[in-house]
Design a protein around this ligand. Structure first.
Ligand SMILES: Nc1ncnc2c1ncn2[C@@H]1O[C@H](COP(=O)(O)OP(=O)(O)OP(=O)(O)O)[C@@H](O)[C@H]1O
Ligand SMILES: [Mg+2]
Length: 208
């Protein structure tokens, strides 16, 4: 079972939107997927609990970060575990280190904007110190100077994914429907999350 850790220092990262949409994209692509919600606020768990019966099957578990005491055990029949994290993971250094150390890939969503980039810069030394394969995902982008600047800036922090997720109302709308945008026809971000899964799979050496 491969594990993707979705984490970022800043609240509203967007960690959960990335975790749930990547989980659905991977499941639609044929992976047997589970999610692990370590955010005590439980928004990923809320989203999962309301998924329509006909939606692509995904398993879900919730263990709040303060209660993580060991690496997630393999789950029978599951190929991929996507782990969502709360903001301010630094308050729980032992649990956070456990999650980093078990991760096959650390995926760090970053929004353009000065606060997010400063937060990202602050967290990068810690992320590097864990020595796990790490990729950045520029998300909530727009055709703006701010996005263009962020595109340049994040190259200093680490390897950016070759996919960006634009800022579109369809993403929060998919939360309300407990779907991934991949499951909603006509979305722009659905195919992009599929591309992100392809990239993540290739980065981890998953046979597709
Ligand atoms: N690409 C997008 N376009 C528009 N809105 C988005 C996009 N991605 C995320 N959002 C919205 O931004 C908000 C924050 O996203 P999300 O909940 O994923 O962040 P988070 O990092 O999990 O936040 P927290 O630190 O509170 O857990 C949500 O309302 C979400 O629907
Ligand atoms: Mg969240």
């Amino acid at each position: 079972m491969r594990k993707v850790l979705v984490t970022q220092g800043k609240g509203g990262g967007p960690k959960t939107a990335t975790a749930r949409n990547l989980a659905v994209a991977a499941a639609v692509a044929g992976q047997r997927v589970a999610t692990l919600d370590t955010d005590p606020q439980g928004s990923l768990t809320y989203w999962h609990s309301r998924r329509p019966q006909e939606a692509t099957p995904i398993e879900a578990d919730q263990v709040p970060l303060p209660r993580i005491v060991g690496a997630p055990m393999p789950i029978a029949g599951i190929d991929l575990l996507i782990i969502d994290t709360p903001t301010a993971v630094e308050f729980f250094p032992e649990a956070t280190a456990i999650l980093f150390d078990c991760a096959d890939l650390v995926l760090v969503p970053v929004r353009p904007g000065p606060e997010d980039l400063v937060s990202m810069e602050g967290m990068m030394p810690y992320i590097r110190s864990r020595r796990r394969p790490t990729r950045l995902l520029l998300s909530q982008t727009s055709r703006s100077r701010q996005t263009a600047d962020a595109r340049e800036r994040i190259k200093d922090f680490g390897a950016p994914a070759p996919v960006e997720i634009p800022h579109l109302a369809e993403v929060p709308a998919s939360f309300s429907r407990s779907l991934g945008t991949v499951e909603i026809s006509g979305t722009r971000t659905g195919p992009l999350f599929s591309d992100l899964w392809t990239y993540v799979a290739d980065t981890m050496g998953v046979t597709r």
